[in-house]
Design a protein around this ligand. Structure first.
Ligand code: TRP
Length: 453
């Protein structure tokens, strides 16, 4: 078997738990807690969940493992990895696309992440207590129409991510995610238990889990795939970058399964924490992005102990968002430091300034300056749509194609088995998925989304 040389100068994750905490930290984010519950509710509850799970297993897992393999075998950033594996070819474009997607996702993501900080402060200063539904909506619209508050929080959030990333892999990303991720699991369990022990909780569980196939449309299927990609953080090189920091002795297959499992579990738990409580208080399960910022404060306003649960919830949301933004920022920082040979400090500041600038425009485009739009769609919507529905699936498509047909089999096997250290009985299934099933499914769902099939 080929030797797997470990770079001694490059920073890396120090332990298996560190790898899982950091990667699960990337995967678990606003996508799980803010987005998954409402799109599952909108798209047929249990029926959507089934489609989603199928996508996670058949497409999410192979793309994730492919990214890890590319990253770890080359120990390079998303761009450099392709250049090292296929010098002189056009494959580096997949990396470039990923780096562009990282800017876009980080920008709109930091806007919503900023809102979670505002709401954390609102929760701490007990602003939901005694407010009626109109009052709660007013809190939201007043915040949105403020000319500076959303911008301030976006900038603060970008700065906090920068602070962690500047410290590096072991001493920054790994150190913080190792504390924050277990905390997140505890908080979501407490919230879930509180929610399902409320009267009428079963209605909420039905809304979330009972399959309603009549609500499944063609669009639900592309939404499910987009969500699977977004939630697992695959398709743009985040996991190539994180994979490049995984030590050669770690088992990539096992880490992939643990992370995908944790990510899915937390998305489902978020739904369990949210919907039973919403139904228990007779609030309409207002679907859409307002769910956590308008619907839930209504729940907290009425719930006994709502003060603490609100505080816990918005803290949870901020933490989940932070461990994700740092992973997206790291994609850009790794590229800058390795390809442009600038220091981590400079690279992080440079990347963060770009992201902050784009983030501010995104935030303004939502409410106060709707003129920042293209063809009637605001910048926020454009970045979200382009990144989640186009760049991620296209990126994922080329990543699996690369691993399936252009990655030397011997090298790939050595990588997945850590140089024969681990058995890889799954190898033929993995190859089958990356060769045929994953690219085909991604292509179909993608063309369907563009209205071409
Ligand atoms: N997965 C995160 C979430 O669910 C967001 C995220 C982090 C992401 N890194 C990513 C999405 C890379 C796409 C690509 O909120």
């Amino acid at each position: 078997m080929a030797q797997l040389p470990q770079s001694t100068t490059r920073d890396s994750f120090g332990s298996r738990f560190g790898v899982i905490a950091a990667t699960a930290g990337s995967a678990v984010g606003l996508g799980n807690i803010w987005r998954f519950p409402y799109i599952a509710g909108e798209n047929g509850g249990g029926a959507f969940l089934i489609i989603y799970l199928v996508f996670i297993v058949l497409i999410g897992l192979p793309v994730m493992l492919s990214e890890f393999a590319i990253g770890r075998s080359t120990q390079r950033n998303a761009f450099g990895a392709f250049r090292k594996l296929k010098p002189g070819s056009k494959w580096f474009l997949v990396g470039i696309m990923g780096i562009a997607a990282a800017f876009m996702i980080n920008a709109f993501y930091s806007v919503i992440a900023g809102w979670t900080l505002e709401y954390l402060v609102k929760a701490a200063s007990n602003q939901f207590r005694g407010t009626d539904p109109q009052g709660v909506s007013l809190l939201f619209s007043e915040f949105q129409s403020s000319s500076w508050r959303p911008l301030m929080w976006t900038l603060l959030f970008v700065s906090i991510s920068a602070f962690v990333v500047i410290a590096g892999i072991k001493k920054g990303i790994e150190k913080y995610t190792k504390i924050l991720m277990p905390l997140l699991v505890i908080l979501i369990l407490i919230l879930g238990v509180r929610s399902i022990t409320l009267p009428n909780a079963s209605q909420g569980l039905q809304f979330l889990f009972q399959p309603d196939f009549s609500k499944i449309q063609a669009s639900s299927i592309i939404v499910a795939l987009g969500q699977a990609f977004f939630s697992l953080s695959v398709g743009m090189g985040t996991l190539i970058t994180y994979g490049s920091y995984i030590q050669k002795k770690e088992n990539l297959g096992a880490s992939t399964v643990s992370v995908a499992f944790a990510d899915t579990l937390i998305a489902v738990l978020a739904g369990v924490a949210i919907f039973p409580a919403v139904f228990a208080f007779g609030i309409s399960p207002e679907s859409g992005p307002d769910l956590v910022f308008i619907t839930l404060p209504n729940v907290f306003a009425q719930m006994k102990g709502g003060y603490f649960f609100a505080l816990m919830f918005f803290f949870l949301l901020s933490v989940a968002a932070l461990t994700s933004t740092i992973s997206i920022l790291e994609v850009v920082v790794a590229y800058f430091t390795e390809e442009m040979k600038i220091s981590r400090l400079k690279a992080t500041i440079l990347a963060s300034i770009g992201i902050a600038f784009l983030g501010v425009l995104c935030s303004l485009s939502l409410y106060n300056v709707p003129e920042i739009s293209i063809a009637g769609v605001n910048l926020f919507g454009i970045l979200e749509y382009t990144a989640s529905n186009i760049l991620l699936p296209v990126g994922g498509f080329f990543i699996v194609i690369f691993v399936a047909w252009f990655f030397k089999g011997k090298l790939l096997k050595a990588e997945l088995s850590s140089g024969s250290r681990f058995k890889i009985k799954y190898y033929p299934y993995f190859m089958f998925l990356v060769r045929y099933i994953a690219p085909l499914a991604i292509a179909l769902v993608f063309l369907n989304g563009l209205g071409l099939v």
